[in-house]
Design a protein around this ligand. Structure first.
Ligand SMILES: [Cu+2]
Length: 128
């Protein structure tokens, strides 16, 4: 029984640190002409790394100005979303990781390339 307090203390010390510092990971795949998943569900106040991949035959982007503007992220990630543009632009076969902490809300996503949203490149992000 004398080891029990030690184990309890180790758990108390390790669990909160791990949970607070490791961002969740989600992948968003761009294709002609879709996002997978089209509806992204994230948790407010919890850091997440979004892995964007372009599997299409040409360039695509993930434009979500309000989502990125409301999120907290460091300067390098802010640059990856084009600053105020709020857009992850990828050429064919490219990928990019963006780590951020989202703010609650429902946000629209679209591809800004000519006619792509009309052909189906739209999505939604729900943060709660
Ligand atoms: Cu596109």
């Amino acid at each position: 029984m004398r080891f029990l307090p030690v184990i309890a203390a180790a758990i108390a010390l390790s669990v909160p640190v791990t949970a607070a510092e490791l961002p969740a990971k989600v992948t968003v795949t761009m294709a002609n002409f879709s996002y997978t998943p089209a509806d992204l569900h994230l948790h407010a106040g919890h850091p997440v790394t979004i892995h964007f991949v372009n599997n299409g035959s040409g360039g695509h982007d993930f434009t979500a100005e309000e989502f990125f503007a409301a999120a907290t992220m460091d300067a390098a990630d802010r640059a990856r979303v084009g600053g105020a543009k709020g857009r992850v632009s990828l050429g064919k076969g490219e990928a990019s990781d963006v780590t951020l902490t989202p703010t609650a809300g429902t946000f629209k996503v679209h591809c800004s390339h000519f006619m792509h949203s009309t052909m189906g490149m739209t999505g939604k992000i729900t943060v709660d």
